[in-house]
Design a protein around this ligand. Structure first.
Ligand SMILES: C[S@@+](CC[C@H](N)C(=O)[O-])C[C@H]1O[C@@H](n2cnc3c(N)ncnc32)[C@H](O)[C@@H]1O
Length: 208
């Protein structure tokens, strides 16, 4: 982990793992399950799936583990500890996905749920190229991208300092296509946070 902003994010989730899980479960209108089911329905039974920023293992991580061979990666040691405790049958690595070395063309699918809005903008294009390199030809990628024009923000969120950044949807789509993906489905979807604020994410399902 060489980018200090990634270190800030890792430290944040080490501290707020419990509070984040409770907050996430109280979102209203979260479309993640429907996107995860669509993604899963397109995979064969033995598919190797990589989840980036898997956190402490959500119910979508559990669904993917039941149906496929899942590897989860997260930079927070506390989140990985929780994921291993919850789903002992899956493989979890504590690592920064901007740097981790994984074998090329070794996954049928890669996914992330509400993670890319923690990635510094200048790393997003390279991350998408890394994902393309980990996927076998024809492999699928499902990711939820932040949808606001945020050059980078560090501050307190859920009780710890963290970092957020994102592009507007046209730039997210452009970067996905520039990494040699074909977009199969995309949509900007909003949900309500427990405190009432409305947040937008762009979901993109693409094929290498
Ligand atoms: C908003 S949480 C989402 C967790 C999980 N996907 C969920 O929906 O419950 C974002 C997660 O991404 C992880 N993360 C952020 N940047 C990362 C990076 N560069 N490498 C690995 N994990 C990262 C954080 O540690 C955190 O667990």
């Amino acid at each position: 982990m060489t980018d200090p902003r990634v270190e800030i994010v890792a430290r944040a989730y080490d501290r707020i793992a419990d509070r984040f899980a409770d907050w996430r479960d109280r979102l209203e209108g979260d479309p993640r399950r429907e996107w995860a089911e669509d993604f899963a329905s397109r995979l064969g039974p033995d598919a190797r799936v990589l989840e980036l920023g898997c956190g402490g293992a959500s119910s979508e991580t559990a669904m993917l583990t039941e149906r496929f061979r899942l590897t989860g990666v997260d930079v927070s040691g506390e989140q990985i500890r929780r994921a291993r405790e919850r789903l002992p049958g899956a493989e979890f690595l504590q690592a920064d996905f901007l740097e981790v070395e994984l074998p090329g063309e070794s996954f049928d699918a890669v996914c992330s749920f509400y993670v890319f809005n923690h990635v510094p903008r200048e790393h997003l294009a390279g991350l998408l190229r890394r994902i393309a390199g980990w996927l076998r030809p024809g492999g699928l990628a499902l990711n939820a991208f932040g949808a606001s024009d945020n050059r980078g923000w560090t501050g307190e969120w859920l009780g710890a300092d963290t970092f957020f950044a994102s592009f507007r949807p046209p730039e997210n789509s452009r970067l996905v296509e520039a990494a040699a993906f074909e977009i199969l489905r995309e949509e900007v979807v909003s949900f309500a946070e427990p405190e009432g604020a409305v947040e937008e994410f762009q979901w993109i399902l693409a094929r290498r």
